[in-house]
Design a protein around this ligand. Sequence first.
Ligand code: KIV
Length: 273
Amino acid sequence: MTTPTRKSVTVPMLQVMKTAGKKIVMVTAYDSTFARIVDDAGVDAILVGDSVATVMQGHTNTIPVTLTEMAYHTALVRRAQPKALVVGDLPFGSYQVGAGQGIESSIVLMKAGAQCVKLEGGTTVATTIEAITRSDIPVMGHIGLTPQSVHRMGGHKVQGRQDGVEPGGRQRLLDDAHAVEQSGAFAVVLEGIPTELAQEITSKISIPTIGIGAGSFCDGQVLVMHDILGLSERELTFTKKYIDMKSLATSAFQEFAQDVSNGSWPDDKHSFH
Ligand code: KIV
């Protein structure tokens, strides 16, 4: 549980954590109720991820979610007044046009309550990251298995297994990591890449790396809330169900349905006279 003395986590604090060798913990959340729970658990950062498209909106990938919807979810998370750093995720189509669009979209998320934004890509978005950071909006990068590139990758596939400078190649990922760092990002998510490559990137760049499906050598780890809670349909190699909330919730609803059917709900204690 949160103690009253718990300090709000700031962007510079993540760099301090990397330097001190203290692991960074990030979890996704999309509404006030769960943002409060996640924050009470003491995580360092809450990512209002575009994974909302799959785990809450029922889409098969993250492409459809809009900037307006991301701003809405960011505002819900902000209302929980978390001590954790709130990271707003720029959705597909909100920065691909160029730096100006990236700045404008980032402003939308910041006004909704984000304290920084995250965007996907490396060398190809370096100038956009630079422009957004020059507008005093801290940027978290995201390279490797970038879900918004699902169609280019031909699915949600592990990246960096082959050598090469083409997208998904090992050298390209090293170049992407350096580009993100050089363009001024304060941290970078490494998703779906081999442990050894993530370890190499983590040791070669000065900013913190936050891994998901990238092994244990990253400076921090992130997981999607629904995967931790056992609420998502997917069970991937790199996710872990820490509780089977789906079964617990189903049992609770079944019990309620039974109580209604057999007339034991509501009982006298829960009725007015
Ligand atoms: O949207 C999201 O949840 C993410 C994480 C998987 C890093 O980008």
